[in-house]
Design a protein around this ligand. Structure first.
Ligand SMILES: Cc1cc2nc3c(=O)[nH]c(=O)nc-3n(C[C@H](O)[C@H](O)[C@H](O)COP(=O)(O)O)c2cc1C
Length: 359
Protein backbone atom coordinates (compact mmCIF):
# COMPACT_ATOMS: atom_id res chain seq x y z
CA UNK A 1 0.00 0.00 0.00
CA UNK A 2 1.34 3.43 -0.93
CA UNK A 3 1.45 6.12 1.74
CA UNK A 4 -0.18 9.37 0.45
CA UNK A 5 1.94 11.32 2.94
CA UNK A 6 5.26 9.99 1.62
CA UNK A 7 7.43 12.23 -0.61
CA UNK A 8 7.11 11.93 -4.40
CA UNK A 9 9.51 12.78 -7.21
CA UNK A 10 7.53 14.52 -9.97
CA UNK A 11 10.02 14.57 -12.85
CA UNK A 12 12.65 16.04 -10.54
CA UNK A 13 10.33 18.19 -8.41
CA UNK A 14 10.55 16.94 -4.82
CA UNK A 15 6.96 16.90 -3.51
CA UNK A 16 6.81 16.52 0.28
CA UNK A 17 3.59 14.46 0.01
CA UNK A 18 1.11 13.26 -2.63
CA UNK A 19 -1.70 15.66 -1.75
CA UNK A 20 -2.16 18.39 -4.38
CA UNK A 21 -4.21 21.58 -4.18
CA UNK A 22 -6.46 21.57 -7.27
CA UNK A 23 -6.84 24.75 -9.35
CA UNK A 24 -9.57 27.14 -8.19
CA UNK A 25 -10.60 30.42 -9.76
CA UNK A 26 -11.27 32.93 -6.96
CA UNK A 27 -11.66 36.22 -8.90
CA UNK A 28 -9.62 38.35 -6.54
CA UNK A 29 -6.85 39.64 -8.85
CA UNK A 30 -5.68 43.25 -8.80
CA UNK A 31 -5.70 45.87 -11.56
CA UNK A 32 -4.64 44.64 -14.97
CA UNK A 33 -4.97 40.98 -13.94
CA UNK A 34 -2.09 41.13 -11.47
CA UNK A 35 -1.52 38.90 -8.45
CA UNK A 36 -1.87 40.60 -5.06
CA UNK A 37 -0.40 40.34 -1.56
CA UNK A 38 -3.69 38.76 -0.41
CA UNK A 39 -3.33 36.06 -3.06
CA UNK A 40 0.23 35.42 -1.84
CA UNK A 41 -1.10 34.97 1.70
CA UNK A 42 -3.85 32.58 0.52
CA UNK A 43 -1.46 30.34 -1.40
CA UNK A 44 1.26 30.45 1.30
CA UNK A 45 -1.33 29.28 3.87
CA UNK A 46 -1.76 26.14 1.73
CA UNK A 47 1.97 25.45 1.18
CA UNK A 48 1.81 22.13 3.07
CA UNK A 49 0.36 20.65 -0.11
CA UNK A 50 2.83 18.48 -2.01
CA UNK A 51 2.09 20.86 -4.91
CA UNK A 52 -0.25 23.84 -5.30
CA UNK A 53 -1.86 24.41 -8.69
CA UNK A 54 -3.07 27.99 -9.01
CA UNK A 55 -6.41 29.24 -10.19
CA UNK A 56 -6.82 29.46 -13.97
CA UNK A 57 -4.51 32.17 -15.34
CA UNK A 58 -5.21 33.61 -18.80
CA UNK A 59 -2.31 33.25 -21.27
CA UNK A 60 -3.73 36.08 -23.41
CA UNK A 61 -6.25 38.88 -22.95
CA UNK A 62 -8.82 37.12 -25.16
CA UNK A 63 -8.39 33.96 -23.07
CA UNK A 64 -9.90 35.58 -19.97
CA UNK A 65 -13.14 33.87 -18.96
CA UNK A 66 -14.24 35.65 -15.78
CA UNK A 67 -13.90 39.07 -14.17
CA UNK A 68 -10.94 39.69 -11.83
CA UNK A 69 -8.91 36.65 -12.90
CA UNK A 70 -5.13 37.00 -13.12
CA UNK A 71 -3.01 36.71 -16.28
CA UNK A 72 0.49 35.93 -17.46
CA UNK A 73 0.44 37.86 -20.72
CA UNK A 74 2.14 41.05 -19.53
CA UNK A 75 5.41 41.76 -17.80
CA UNK A 76 3.56 43.52 -14.96
CA UNK A 77 1.57 40.34 -14.36
CA UNK A 78 4.77 38.29 -14.35
CA UNK A 79 6.38 40.58 -11.76
CA UNK A 80 3.26 40.49 -9.59
CA UNK A 81 3.38 36.67 -9.33
CA UNK A 82 6.83 36.74 -7.72
CA UNK A 83 5.34 37.65 -4.32
CA UNK A 84 3.16 34.51 -4.60
CA UNK A 85 5.89 32.06 -5.61
CA UNK A 86 8.29 33.57 -3.03
CA UNK A 87 5.71 33.25 -0.24
CA UNK A 88 4.96 29.61 -1.10
CA UNK A 89 8.65 28.72 -1.41
CA UNK A 90 9.43 30.44 1.91
CA UNK A 91 7.02 27.98 3.55
CA UNK A 92 8.68 25.03 1.78
CA UNK A 93 5.96 24.54 -0.84
CA UNK A 94 5.89 24.10 -4.61
CA UNK A 95 3.53 25.89 -6.99
CA UNK A 96 2.43 25.43 -10.62
CA UNK A 97 0.53 28.00 -12.67
CA UNK A 98 -2.60 26.76 -14.43
CA UNK A 99 -2.82 28.32 -17.91
CA UNK A 100 -6.49 28.57 -18.80
CA UNK A 101 -7.83 29.93 -22.09
CA UNK A 102 -11.62 30.15 -21.83
CA UNK A 103 -12.26 30.15 -25.59
CA UNK A 104 -15.96 30.42 -26.41
CA UNK A 105 -17.16 30.71 -22.80
CA UNK A 106 -15.59 34.16 -22.47
CA UNK A 107 -17.62 37.32 -23.21
CA UNK A 108 -16.94 40.63 -25.07
CA UNK A 109 -17.70 42.59 -21.88
CA UNK A 110 -14.56 41.07 -20.31
CA UNK A 111 -12.38 42.66 -22.99
CA UNK A 112 -11.53 46.37 -23.04
CA UNK A 113 -12.00 46.49 -26.82
CA UNK A 114 -15.17 44.35 -26.75
CA UNK A 115 -13.38 41.61 -28.72
CA UNK A 116 -15.40 38.54 -29.66
CA UNK A 117 -14.07 35.36 -27.98
CA UNK A 118 -12.45 32.65 -30.08
CA UNK A 119 -13.25 28.93 -30.43
CA UNK A 120 -12.69 25.97 -32.74
CA UNK A 121 -16.02 26.71 -34.47
CA UNK A 122 -18.63 29.46 -34.43
CA UNK A 123 -20.86 27.43 -32.10
CA UNK A 124 -22.41 29.12 -29.09
CA UNK A 125 -22.05 27.31 -25.74
CA UNK A 126 -25.11 26.54 -23.65
CA UNK A 127 -26.01 28.57 -20.60
CA UNK A 128 -24.91 31.90 -19.18
CA UNK A 129 -21.59 33.55 -18.46
CA UNK A 130 -20.53 35.52 -15.35
CA UNK A 131 -19.47 39.05 -16.42
CA UNK A 132 -18.55 42.25 -14.55
CA UNK A 133 -22.16 43.36 -14.97
CA UNK A 134 -23.94 40.14 -14.06
CA UNK A 135 -24.94 36.91 -15.83
CA UNK A 136 -25.26 37.20 -19.62
CA UNK A 137 -26.16 34.85 -22.47
CA UNK A 138 -23.26 33.11 -24.17
CA UNK A 139 -22.22 34.69 -27.46
CA UNK A 140 -21.44 33.10 -30.80
CA UNK A 141 -17.62 32.91 -30.88
CA UNK A 142 -15.25 33.49 -33.79
CA UNK A 143 -13.66 30.34 -35.25
CA UNK A 144 -9.86 30.43 -35.09
CA UNK A 145 -8.10 30.31 -38.46
CA UNK A 146 -4.66 28.74 -39.04
CA UNK A 147 -2.84 31.94 -38.09
CA UNK A 148 -5.02 32.29 -34.99
CA UNK A 149 -4.19 28.75 -33.89
CA UNK A 150 -0.45 29.36 -34.35
CA UNK A 151 -0.72 32.64 -32.42
CA UNK A 152 -2.56 30.86 -29.59
CA UNK A 153 0.24 28.30 -29.30
CA UNK A 154 2.71 31.21 -29.10
CA UNK A 155 0.61 32.85 -26.37
CA UNK A 156 0.64 29.65 -24.30
CA UNK A 157 4.41 29.29 -24.74
CA UNK A 158 5.08 32.94 -23.84
CA UNK A 159 2.85 32.70 -20.75
CA UNK A 160 4.66 29.52 -19.66
CA UNK A 161 7.99 31.34 -20.03
CA UNK A 162 6.68 34.20 -17.88
CA UNK A 163 5.49 31.65 -15.30
CA UNK A 164 8.95 30.12 -15.02
CA UNK A 165 10.54 33.59 -14.90
CA UNK A 166 8.12 34.50 -12.08
CA UNK A 167 9.37 31.54 -10.03
CA UNK A 168 6.70 28.92 -10.72
CA UNK A 169 7.94 25.33 -10.42
CA UNK A 170 5.73 24.05 -13.23
CA UNK A 171 2.82 24.86 -15.54
CA UNK A 172 -0.50 23.03 -15.91
CA UNK A 173 -2.37 23.38 -19.20
CA UNK A 174 -6.13 23.54 -18.66
CA UNK A 175 -7.55 20.99 -21.07
CA UNK A 176 -10.67 20.39 -18.95
CA UNK A 177 -14.07 21.78 -17.99
CA UNK A 178 -15.15 23.04 -21.42
CA UNK A 179 -12.49 25.70 -21.98
CA UNK A 180 -10.57 26.22 -25.24
CA UNK A 181 -8.42 23.07 -25.30
CA UNK A 182 -11.42 20.96 -24.28
CA UNK A 183 -13.56 22.69 -26.92
CA UNK A 184 -11.24 21.34 -29.60
CA UNK A 185 -11.55 17.81 -28.10
CA UNK A 186 -15.34 17.97 -27.87
CA UNK A 187 -17.26 17.09 -31.06
CA UNK A 188 -20.21 19.27 -30.00
CA UNK A 189 -17.99 22.38 -29.90
CA UNK A 190 -15.51 21.41 -32.63
CA UNK A 191 -17.40 21.15 -35.93
CA UNK A 192 -14.36 21.84 -38.07
CA UNK A 193 -13.93 19.97 -41.31
CA UNK A 194 -10.21 20.77 -41.66
CA UNK A 195 -7.22 19.05 -40.01
CA UNK A 196 -8.11 20.49 -36.55
CA UNK A 197 -11.42 18.65 -36.45
CA UNK A 198 -13.30 16.04 -38.45
CA UNK A 199 -12.58 12.85 -36.52
CA UNK A 200 -10.66 11.92 -33.40
CA UNK A 201 -7.20 12.51 -34.85
CA UNK A 202 -8.05 16.07 -35.86
CA UNK A 203 -9.73 16.91 -32.56
CA UNK A 204 -6.62 15.88 -30.58
CA UNK A 205 -4.23 18.07 -32.56
CA UNK A 206 -4.84 21.35 -30.73
CA UNK A 207 -4.29 19.86 -27.25
CA UNK A 208 -1.14 18.12 -28.44
CA UNK A 209 0.03 21.29 -30.21
CA UNK A 210 -0.30 23.37 -27.05
CA UNK A 211 1.60 20.73 -25.06
CA UNK A 212 4.37 20.63 -27.69
CA UNK A 213 4.68 24.42 -27.85
CA UNK A 214 4.90 24.79 -24.07
CA UNK A 215 7.23 21.79 -23.66
CA UNK A 216 9.57 23.26 -26.29
CA UNK A 217 9.63 26.57 -24.40
CA UNK A 218 10.15 25.47 -20.77
CA UNK A 219 10.98 21.73 -20.97
CA UNK A 220 8.46 18.86 -20.92
CA UNK A 221 9.36 17.89 -17.35
CA UNK A 222 7.74 21.10 -16.08
CA UNK A 223 4.44 20.60 -17.90
CA UNK A 224 1.18 18.79 -17.11
CA UNK A 225 -2.25 18.81 -18.73
CA UNK A 226 -5.63 18.69 -16.98
CA UNK A 227 -8.46 16.73 -18.62
CA UNK A 228 -12.11 16.14 -17.66
CA UNK A 229 -13.39 13.61 -20.19
CA UNK A 230 -17.00 13.47 -19.02
CA UNK A 231 -17.54 17.03 -17.92
CA UNK A 232 -17.34 20.13 -20.02
CA UNK A 233 -18.87 23.38 -18.89
CA UNK A 234 -21.59 24.50 -21.27
CA UNK A 235 -21.09 21.56 -23.56
CA UNK A 236 -24.07 19.45 -24.54
CA UNK A 237 -21.99 16.28 -24.69
CA UNK A 238 -22.50 13.66 -22.04
CA UNK A 239 -20.90 10.78 -23.83
CA UNK A 240 -20.78 7.24 -22.47
CA UNK A 241 -17.43 6.03 -21.08
CA UNK A 242 -16.67 3.89 -24.16
CA UNK A 243 -17.13 6.85 -26.51
CA UNK A 244 -14.97 9.00 -24.22
CA UNK A 245 -12.22 6.36 -24.20
CA UNK A 246 -12.11 6.58 -28.01
CA UNK A 247 -10.95 10.20 -27.68
CA UNK A 248 -9.06 10.16 -24.40
CA UNK A 249 -6.98 6.97 -24.67
CA UNK A 250 -5.40 8.10 -27.99
CA UNK A 251 -4.99 11.59 -26.49
CA UNK A 252 -3.05 10.15 -23.55
CA UNK A 253 -0.85 8.22 -26.00
CA UNK A 254 -0.21 11.34 -28.11
CA UNK A 255 0.52 13.48 -25.05
CA UNK A 256 2.93 10.80 -23.80
CA UNK A 257 4.94 11.33 -26.98
CA UNK A 258 5.36 15.04 -26.16
CA UNK A 259 7.23 14.03 -22.99
CA UNK A 260 5.12 16.11 -20.61
CA UNK A 261 5.44 14.99 -17.00
CA UNK A 262 1.89 14.49 -15.78
CA UNK A 263 -1.79 14.16 -16.56
CA UNK A 264 -4.29 15.66 -14.13
CA UNK A 265 -7.56 13.84 -14.56
CA UNK A 266 -10.88 15.10 -13.22
CA UNK A 267 -12.70 11.82 -12.67
CA UNK A 268 -15.79 12.89 -14.57
CA UNK A 269 -15.85 9.95 -16.97
CA UNK A 270 -16.16 7.35 -14.22
CA UNK A 271 -13.59 5.09 -12.53
CA UNK A 272 -13.26 2.70 -15.53
CA UNK A 273 -11.98 5.52 -17.69
CA UNK A 274 -9.52 6.47 -14.94
CA UNK A 275 -8.23 2.88 -15.00
CA UNK A 276 -7.95 2.92 -18.81
CA UNK A 277 -5.99 6.18 -18.71
CA UNK A 278 -3.80 4.86 -15.91
CA UNK A 279 -2.77 2.10 -18.34
CA UNK A 280 -2.41 4.36 -21.39
CA UNK A 281 -0.40 7.04 -19.59
CA UNK A 282 3.21 6.08 -18.79
CA UNK A 283 4.11 8.85 -16.31
CA UNK A 284 2.63 10.63 -13.28
CA UNK A 285 -1.15 10.44 -12.98
CA UNK A 286 -2.81 13.00 -10.70
CA UNK A 287 -6.52 12.44 -10.10
CA UNK A 288 -9.22 14.76 -8.80
CA UNK A 289 -12.13 12.54 -7.77
CA UNK A 290 -14.50 15.53 -7.67
CA UNK A 291 -16.47 14.19 -4.72
CA UNK A 292 -16.80 17.45 -2.80
CA UNK A 293 -15.63 18.52 0.66
CA UNK A 294 -16.88 15.82 3.04
CA UNK A 295 -15.17 13.02 4.98
CA UNK A 296 -16.07 10.50 2.26
CA UNK A 297 -14.38 12.60 -0.42
CA UNK A 298 -11.25 12.82 1.73
CA UNK A 299 -11.16 9.05 2.27
CA UNK A 300 -11.88 8.21 -1.38
CA UNK A 301 -9.07 10.49 -2.55
CA UNK A 302 -6.48 8.99 -0.21
CA UNK A 303 -7.65 5.46 -1.08
CA UNK A 304 -6.90 6.00 -4.76
CA UNK A 305 -3.24 6.73 -3.98
CA UNK A 306 -3.06 3.94 -1.40
CA UNK A 307 -4.25 1.34 -3.90
CA UNK A 308 -2.05 2.61 -6.76
CA UNK A 309 -4.95 3.95 -8.88
CA UNK A 310 -3.12 7.29 -9.07
CA UNK A 311 0.29 8.64 -8.06
CA UNK A 312 -1.10 11.89 -6.66
CA UNK A 313 -4.55 13.09 -5.61
CA UNK A 314 -5.89 16.62 -5.76
CA UNK A 315 -8.60 18.24 -3.67
CA UNK A 316 -10.28 21.56 -4.52
CA UNK A 317 -13.11 22.49 -2.17
CA UNK A 318 -11.45 20.69 0.77
CA UNK A 319 -8.29 22.79 0.26
CA UNK A 320 -10.31 25.97 -0.22
CA UNK A 321 -11.80 25.59 3.27
CA UNK A 322 -8.85 23.85 5.01
CA UNK A 323 -5.49 25.57 4.58
CA UNK A 324 -3.86 22.81 6.66
CA UNK A 325 -5.51 20.02 4.68
CA UNK A 326 -2.62 17.48 4.81
CA UNK A 327 -2.61 17.66 8.65
CA UNK A 328 -6.37 17.20 8.76
CA UNK A 329 -6.28 14.30 6.31
CA UNK A 330 -3.66 12.59 8.44
CA UNK A 331 -5.83 13.11 11.53
CA UNK A 332 -9.00 11.95 9.72
CA UNK A 333 -10.60 15.42 10.04
CA UNK A 334 -12.47 17.40 11.12
CA UNK A 335 -12.87 19.52 7.98
CA UNK A 336 -14.16 23.09 7.72
CA UNK A 337 -17.07 23.39 5.25
CA UNK A 338 -16.54 25.68 2.24
CA UNK A 339 -18.74 28.80 2.00
CA UNK A 340 -20.01 29.00 -1.58
CA UNK A 341 -21.06 32.66 -1.20
CA UNK A 342 -17.39 33.71 -1.03
CA UNK A 343 -15.98 31.44 -3.78
CA UNK A 344 -15.73 34.14 -6.46
CA UNK A 345 -14.70 37.73 -5.78
CA UNK A 346 -14.40 39.71 -2.57
CA UNK A 347 -11.57 39.96 -0.09
CA UNK A 348 -10.32 38.06 2.94
CA UNK A 349 -13.69 36.62 3.98
CA UNK A 350 -13.91 33.02 2.84
CA UNK A 351 -10.41 33.31 1.40
CA UNK A 352 -7.67 33.72 4.00
CA UNK A 353 -9.77 33.40 7.16
CA UNK A 354 -10.48 29.64 7.34
CA UNK A 355 -9.08 28.34 10.65
CA UNK A 356 -6.33 25.72 11.03
CA UNK A 357 -6.32 22.96 13.65
CA UNK A 358 -4.49 23.69 16.90
CA UNK A 359 -1.29 21.65 16.68
C1 LIG B 1 -14.33 27.87 -6.49
C2 LIG B 1 -13.84 26.89 -7.53
C3 LIG B 1 -13.12 27.34 -8.60
C4 LIG B 1 -12.63 26.45 -9.56
N1 LIG B 1 -11.81 26.91 -10.58
C5 LIG B 1 -11.16 26.03 -11.37
C6 LIG B 1 -10.14 26.48 -12.26
O1 LIG B 1 -9.79 27.66 -12.34
N2 LIG B 1 -9.53 25.54 -13.02
C7 LIG B 1 -9.86 24.21 -12.97
O2 LIG B 1 -9.27 23.40 -13.69
N3 LIG B 1 -10.82 23.76 -12.13
C8 LIG B 1 -11.44 24.63 -11.32
N4 LIG B 1 -12.35 24.17 -10.39
C9 LIG B 1 -12.64 22.72 -10.31
C10 LIG B 1 -11.81 22.06 -9.24
O3 LIG B 1 -10.42 22.09 -9.53
C11 LIG B 1 -12.24 20.59 -9.01
O4 LIG B 1 -12.04 19.84 -10.18
C12 LIG B 1 -13.69 20.48 -8.55
O5 LIG B 1 -13.99 21.44 -7.56
C13 LIG B 1 -13.97 19.09 -7.98
O6 LIG B 1 -13.05 18.79 -6.94
P1 LIG B 1 -13.46 18.76 -5.39
O7 LIG B 1 -14.58 17.75 -5.28
O8 LIG B 1 -12.21 18.37 -4.68
O9 LIG B 1 -13.93 20.14 -5.00
C14 LIG B 1 -12.90 25.05 -9.45
C15 LIG B 1 -13.66 24.60 -8.36
C16 LIG B 1 -14.11 25.49 -7.39
C17 LIG B 1 -14.89 24.96 -6.21
Amino acid sequence: MTDPFAPYDLAGLPLSNRIVMAPMTRCRAGDGGTATALMAEYYAQRADAGLIITEGVQPSAIGQGYPWTPGLHSDAQRESWRQVTDAVHARGGLIAAQLMHAGRVSHPSLHADGAVPVAPSAVRAEGKVFTPTGMKDMIEPRALDEAGIAATFDDFAAAARRAVDAGFDAVELHGANGYLIHQFLDPTANRRTDGWGSGVEGRLRFAVGVAEAVAAEIGPERVSMRLSPGGGRSSGSREDPDALAETYVPLAEELARTGIAALHLVESGGPELTRALREAWPRTLLVNRALGAGDDAARAGLALVETGGADLVSFASLFLANPDLPDRLRAGGPFNAPDRATFYGGGEAGYTDYPVLAR
